[in-house]
Design a protein around this ligand. Structure first.
Ligand SMILES: [Mn+2]
Length: 245
C-alpha cells in the first residue's frame, strides 16, 4: 500500500433487505475502492437495524460480512463505529469481518490534520428525548436483558422501535434533529481537532466553525439513500466520491 492511498470514510448505509440498491453499492464499494485504501472507516448505521451479533443468520448480513472480510483479507485496516441503529454490533461481528469496533470519539492524524471522527448522534444534544433513549439503550444491564430475549422477539422490538422513531421524527421540529453548535464546539475543543467528520443527520455538507479563534472544518457524510457515497482523504485533501448500486 503506497502512502498515496486515500483513507475512506462512509456512514449511514442503513443496509437492509428493503434496500437492494444500497446493498449492491456497498458490495461494489468493498470489491473496488475499499481494497485500494489506506484504511476504511464505517462511521455508523451500516445496518438499518441490529439486534445482536446472531443477526448474521440473515442472508443479507452474511453477504455483507463476506464483503467486509474481503477488504480485511486484502490487508486494509477496517474500522466500524456504532450508529444509533446498530449500536449492538459487537465482538462476534468484529471477528467475522476482521473489523475493529471504534469508541464514540476517535482522533486521527490525517496527513497532518488532527481529525475527529464520530457517528454524529451524540452531537444532537437539543433532542433530549433521543439522548435519554440513547443512555437507556447503552446501559449494560439493559443490553444484557435484551441479549437474553429470543431472536424473533428482538426482531419485533426492533421493528416497533423503528416505527416509533419514524413517528417521533414526523412531529419533531427539523432543527432539533440536527447537531447543535455548542456540542460541535465542545467536541472540537475537547479533542483539539482541526477537522470533524461525522454522519447521522443525512445533511451532507462542509461547514466551517470558528472555535477559540481558529477555523475548523466539519464534513457531514452523505447517507446512502439514493446511491453509494464515501469521502476519500489523502495528502491533497478530502474528496466526495459516488458509487452506483
Ligand atoms: Mn444515525
Amino acid at each position: 500500500m503506497g502512502s498515496s492511498a486515500p483513507t475512506l470514510f462512509l456512514s449511514d448505509q442503513h443496509l437492509s433487505p428493503e434496500r437492494p440498491q444500497a446493498l449492491r453499492a456497498f458490495h461494489a464499494f468493498c470489491a473496488g475502492p475499499a481494497r485500494d485504501a489506506a484504511a476504511v472507516y464505517l462511521l455508523g448505521d451500516l445496518f438499518d437495524w441490529w439486534i445482536g451479533d446472531d443477526q448474521v443468520r440473515e442472508p443479507f448480513v452474511a453477504e455483507v460480512v463476506r464483503s467486509l472480510r474481503g477488504v480485511a483479507d486484502a490487508g486494509v485496516p477496517l474500522y466500524v463505529a456504532h450508529g444509533n441503529r446498530d449500536f449492538l454490533l459487537s465482538d462476534r461481528f468484529a471477528q467475522a469481518t476482521g473489523a475493529s469496533i471504534l469508541p464514540d470519539y476517535v482522533v486521527l492524524d490525517l496527513h497532518g490534520v488532527r481529525t475527529l471522527l464520530c457517528h454524529g448522534d451524540t452531537l444532537c444534544t437539543d433532542d433530549t428525548e433521543y439522548q435519554a433513549h440513547r443512555a437507556r439503550m447503552r446501559d449494560p444491564a439493559v443490553q444484557a436483558c435484551l441479549a437474553r430475549l429470543p431472536y424473533f422477539l428482538r426482531r419485533l422490538i426492533a421493528r416497533w422501535m423503528r416505527r416509533r422513531s419514524r413517528n417521533l421524527k414526523a412531529i419533531k421540529p427539523e432543527s432539533i434533529m440536527d447537531v447543535t453548535p455548542n456540542a460541535i464546539a465542545q467536541a472540537i475543543r475537547d479533542h483539539g481537532a482541526q477537522r470533524l467528520i461525522h454522519g447521522h443527520t443525512h445533511r451532507p455538507a462542509r461547514h466551517v466553525h470558528e472555535v477559540d479563534g481558529t477555523a475548523r472544518e466539519r464534513i457531514v457524510l452523505h447517507d446512502w439513500h439514493d446511491s453509494g457515497h464515501y469521502l476519500a482523504v489523502d495528502a491533497a485533501g478530502a474528496h466526495e466520491r459516488e458509487i452506483a448500486g
